[in-house]
Design a protein around this ligand. Structure first.
Ligand code: GN1
Ligand code: MG
Length: 361
């Protein structure tokens, strides 16, 4: 067993003796492990937080703690179980929400919630409906959190900022990859004005900003065995932004009939029945507080976030794969093409997506 990981975990206020530290999941950004502490004791999630992406990490952990404590309070008031329906951060022995190791890497621990299921895709409308309610409920639970959050990811879902990065990276073209992807660059450029025009509504306040999750992939939600959403996890990206990011990013993962990095493009398309079910669940929880503008752009947000992902994967490919963890030299390009196929499918079904939103709002 990895002695280094054990000694890192020992810096946190854990119950019992550590018996194992094992790899968990395949995150693109953080390194994640499960810490076991023997019969009768809880399990824990240990993560090395990526300081090259989230900065500063202590402020990020404060953001997460504010959101967790707020949700716990509301779950308790509603008679729920705050240890299962909200994440619980475990402090280090010095009371901090992180531990800084000798290599200046940041580590954090939270409680592992047992008896839950995380899915990588939404195969049934029932699961998508439950997922929609879960994200909607998360947004309504944090809607009245008044404490300010630190922006530890400036410009995260801001397409103006993403285009600025894009223009710089394309101008540098460090590995001379640009010439190989002129078609793909055209996909991004031909949508530049449309995407910037949408984002202007957020910049000028026509679309309000609220506390949002910003990484609502289906595997960032824990379901219980009955198929209901128990707890929304992976709160690194909680920020003040638009709820549309959460809806859009969820649709990017839930509705995809293929994988995010599918090499067989025929596998990839948007499943409109999954879109319908998620939208129904989401609006049940949120239509009481969403504005007419937010509802107007709900369907478009799926295109927006999927477009942004095409741009981010392609930009990372051109930049030499510095952001996302990749499994091969072309991985980011494969992801780009697969996400573009999904985007096209959304564009084709856009009228129907808008009709569905109207049906449930
Ligand atoms: C990253 O951390 P993870 O794997 O849940 C990324 C998201 C992307 C996603 C692509 C902080 O999410 O924005 O949409 O990969 N997170 C960050 O699947 O960049
Ligand atoms: Mg994440």
């Amino acid at each position: 067993m990895n002695q280094k990981l054990i000694s890192i975990a020992q810096n946190f206020q854990l119950k019992g003796e550590i018996t194992a530290v094992e790899n968990l999941g395949e995150g693109f950004i953080n390194d994640t492990y499960i810490v076991k502490t023997g019969e009768g004791n809880p399990k824990y999630i240990l993560q090395r937080k990526n300081k090259r992406i989230f900065s500063p990490i202590p402020a990020m952990m404060e953001n997460i703690q504010k959101v967790c404590l707020h949700i716990k309070k509301k779950v308790e008031l509603a008679g729920g179980d705050p240890m299962r329906e909200a994440m619980t951060l475990i402090p280090a022995h010095d009371g901090k929400l992180y531990f800084l190791d000798e290599d200046e890497e940041f580590w954090a621990v939270c409680l592992f919630i047992d008896d839950t299921i995380a899915y990588d895709s939404a195969k049934t409308p029932e699961l998508a409906y439950a997922g929609g309610r879960g994200i909607g409920k998360f947004q309504s639970l944090v809607a009245d959190l008044k404490e300010p959050l630190t922006d530890i990811l400036p410009g995260f879902h801001n397409i103006r900022y993403r285009f600025k990065q894009w223009d710089e990276i394309l101008a540098n073209d460090p590995l001379n990859r640009k010439a190989k992807v002129l078609t793909e660059i055209g996909w991004v450029e031909s949508r530049r004005n449309e995407m910037l025009a949408f984002w202007e509504n957020v910049e000028n306040g026509t679309i309000p900003t609220r506390i949002t999750h910003n990484d609502t992939k289906i595997n960032n939600i824990l379901f219980d065995k009955k198929g209901d959403v128990l707890c929304v996890i992976d709160l690194d990206t909680v920020l003040n932004s638009t709820v549309l990011n959460d809806f859009g990013d969820a649709m990017r993962s839930y509705t995809n009939t293929g994988a995010e990095d599918d090499e067989t493009l025929d596998n990839v398309s948007m499943n409109i029945e999954i879109f319908r079910a998620f939208t129904r669940g989401y609006l049940e929880e949120t239509k009481s507080f969403l504005t007419a503008k937010e509802i107007e752009y709900l369907a478009f947000s799926a295109r927006y976030i999927t477009f942004e992902q095409v741009l981010r994967f392609l930009m990372d490919y051109i930049n030499g794969d510095k952001y996302y963890r990749t499994k091969s030299a072309s991985h980011n390009l494969v992801r780009t093409r697969a996400q573009y196929k999904l985007l096209q499918s959304m564009e084709e079904q856009f009228d129907e997506m808008n009709r569905i939103v109207q049906e449930f709002c």
